[in-house]
Design a protein around this ligand. Structure first.
Ligand code: LLP
Length: 436
């Protein structure tokens, strides 16, 4: 547990903001996602300050980590930009009242409909990722009589030290144009088009990365590429270095504070500026695009313990009322988590348990070998660092309802996503007339 002033243990109980976790579970039910607004705000402020130290820049929140109206409003109020990767996320931005000029549209295969929607919304930047997109975007922009600002996603061919499913910039990736092969030609092509304006480059090397050297390498390769472009008279106004900063999940990971995370942002921005200066280039506007590090540790999932099955000497299952439908990350990546029994949080975590979900699959686990206090049926289990890629990747598998989300801000707690009802689950079901 990475404690802080809004996540702590007092008199044997886990607290989030000013609320006892068990109190939240009682008031809102379980399973329940709880998000800590103060933590999100603190990270946003620290990141914005860090990227602007020594030059111009912006922090774009990667909606894919946790996309809700409330977090969009919160992040915008703290000066953040946003990245979107679908028509749905774009619509969220519009409904949240975000400044569309501060929105970047990513995606390796944006559909024609999404391109239309982005153009109609007056989005700030399309991050072009394929030749198909380039053609389509140019054609559509010309029809509308506009010139659309674009960044080009480039692949510097650098391997980030993290798990394979989230590496995005190794050679032969599905993302971007390779700086060593096709990127230059594509950018020269954009520069000659009437519907598009080349504004800069985008790089995202992967996710859950602690190792700085991966960022440094990516920056060095990308700035060298900017120099090559400059030699052809093409100016890179903006360099977006993506996100990917690793967070605390278990005691195997560093326990960082928002300030320490911000140091990573600062050092990415600083290296870009140093390398640009060394190469005699115009200082680019630096964008970073974190998702996980803004919302990940802000989230705690609360469950009620149900069935317990002990196989002495093998493993002990503690089953909860959630599972892979609210957190598919173990099933997908064998991700690790830490947890406590919220009502016994000061007791020794002297058992190692497998936390099982309630879905009809053996692989439906929240995690294996998790140190935990002695669990009993009816206890409230809190799993930490579930703010990123849990709610956003949740599903209705087995027709389980996606848990509601409650935002805690000091002594206030309210839904930001309401509970799903059975009607919600069946809302789009229909039986064709010919079946009657
Ligand atoms: N920018 C781009 C273009 C991205 O593809 C991503 C993440 C980010 C920014 C934000 O990365 P972050 O700061 O959140 O690491 N579902 C996986 C993570 C997939 C990340 C995809 N792209 C997980 O649960 O670990």
């Amino acid at each position: 547990m990475n404690t802080r002033d809004t996540l702590y243990v007092k008199d044997g109980n886990l607290y989030i903001g000013e609320f006892m976790a068990t109190e939240l579970a009682k008031r809102f039910g379980t399973p329940l996602y709880v998000m800590d607004a103060r933590y999100i705000a603190e990270v946003c402020d620290a990141f914005v300050a860090a990227v602007s130290r020594g030059g111009e820049g912006a922090v774009a929140f990667a909606n894919k980590a946790f996309a809700t109206l409330a977090t969009a409003r919160l992040a915008a109020a703290h000066g953040l930009w946003f990245d979107v990767v679908s028509g749905g996320e774009l619509c969220l931005m519009q409904r949240a009242g975000a400044d569309m000029k501060k929105v970047l549209f990513h995606g390796n295969n944006k559909t024609p409909k999404e391109i239309d929607e982005g153009l109609a919304a007056g989005i700030g930047f399309f991050v072009v990722d394929s030749l198909n997109e380039l053609e389509l975007l140019d054609e559509k922009a010309k029809k509308l009589g506009i010139r659309q600002d674009v960044l080009v996603r480039v692949n510097p061919g650098v391997s980030a030290h993290t798990y394979e499913a989230v590496v995005t910039a190794a050679p032969y990736s599905k993302f971007g144009f390779d700086v060593h092969t096709d990127a230059e030609e594509v950018i020269a092509d954009i520069a000659s088009r009437k519907g598009l304006v080349f504004r800069g480059l985008h790089v995202h090397i992967g996710s859950q990365i602690y190792d700085h050297s991966s960022y440094d390498q990516a920056i060095d390769v990308t700035v060298a590429f900017m120099k090559k472009l400059a030699g052809k008279g093409i100016v890179t106004d903006i360099l977006d270095m993506g996100g990917g900063y690793g967070i605390y999940y278990t005691d195997e990971d560093p326990k960082f504070t928002p300030k320490r995370y911000a140091y990573t942002v600062e050092s990415v921005a600083r290296r870009v500026r140093e390398k640009a200066a060394e190469n005699g280039l115009k200082q680019p506007f630096v964008i970073v695009e974190p998702g996980r590090s803004i919302v990940g540790e802000a989230g705690v999932t609360l469950y009620t313990v149900g069935a317990i099955k002990d196989f002495p000497g093998v493993r002990k299952y503690v089953a909860v009322d959630g599972g892979m439908f609210d957190n598919p990350r173990y099933a997908l990546y064998e991700s690790k988590y830490s947890a406590v029994i919220a009502n016994k949080a000061d007791k020794p975590a002297d058992e190692k348990v497998t936390i099982a979900g309630k879905c009809c699959e053996s692989g439906d686990l929240i995690g294996k070998d998790i140190p935990l206090q002695h669990a009993e049926t009816g206890d409230i289990l809190a799993v930490f660092s579930t703010g990123a890629y849990n709610y956003s990747m949740a599903s209705n598998y087995n027709l389980n309802a996606i848990p509601p989300v409650v935002m805690v801000d000091g002594d206030r707690a309210d839904y930001i996503v309401k509970p799903q009802t059975y009607d919600d689950l069946l809302r789009n079901n229909t039986v064709p007339e010919w079946m009657n």
